[in-house]
Ligand binder design. Sequence first.
Ligand code: OSB
Ligand code: MG
Length: 367
Amino acid sequence: MKIVKAERIACRLPLRQPFETSYGRLTEKAFDLLVLTDQDGTVGVGELVAFQQPDYIEETLASAREVISKFLFPLLTGNIDHPRDVWTLFQTVQGNFMAKSAVETAIWDLYGRQKHCSLTSFYPTTRDKLAVGVSVGIQASTEQLVAQVADYVAQGYQRVKIKIKPGVDLEPLTAVRETFPELLLMADANGAYEDQPEKILALDELGLAMIEQPLKIRDLVGHRRLQKQLKTPLCLDEDIRTAEDVAVVASLDSCRAINLKIPRVGGITEAMRIVSACQHYGLDVWLGGMFESGVGRALNLQFASQASFHFPGDLSASDRYFYDDIVTEPAKIKNGCLQVPVGVGAGFTLDEKKIADYCVSRTRLLG
Ligand code: OSB
Ligand code: MG
């Protein structure tokens, strides 16, 4: 295939509720759809999920846009035989994983559509529906948190992740644990405990499935030290960008699990390398999320349908995040599961009317 046309559609979806983490508060999801067209008119779409602030990781929506148009598109001028070649083409651009992922996943989607097959046919897939979890932001009170968790449990979510920060940790988690003694429960600190790791040790008796990224990015030795003192497995999120990072954290014993997000690692090809590395080193791997729209969610559901993902991911129904979505069939929860989309490519169909409703701007980048 040869990419002859590219358009960026900037969108905004309002959130049902603000999402508060240890580092900030998200009130709406701004994202871009990258629409690529090849010489035969086949279209592939990728989602650029970077946030507007560089607070989760260093990339932003603005920095990623710049990298895509200035540095990634110029590398796509030739013929592309297979989407896995994009990973090689992009090797001269360091980092900027979300920018790379938006382009790479669009090319995978285009390739699947051109071949009239689902991207699941490229994975050793075994499942058509997935048990899913939900990530719950920091709430105004413990009572509100317990009520929120109860609501999600009633909807069928099979695993609950609670965002924590110093001072909002042991008490709310204990209340949730006492109300739901059997719930598959975990906590995510987004790096907030660098100066007080002892507060993480206090969570070790709650029967948590894991504790995600307690210490700041790059403190792999600190995570190793903490993991040695805990029986609860640690999970790394922000720290993992490549399969080589998996080799490092496994060799150091900094964690027992990886939260894998396709955009955080530069796309599907690197995500597959990471799954293999986790298997090789005996680390659990599960699929995380970035408050994706229906486009990124369909891609995530297909990827997580692989047998290696047994732990329910941060893959929630569209209505957990948004009032509305930009695809014709937004993901819905049924019996605690989401259906893996079966359509060609990444399995979604854009809803042009909804896109017109939520689009902020359209920019021709190529052709
Ligand atoms: O740390 O996993 C995280 C959302 C935004 C940024 C970072 C994280 C999250 C989540 C929710 O925890 C993921 C989701 O449900 O899409
Ligand atoms: Mg996380």
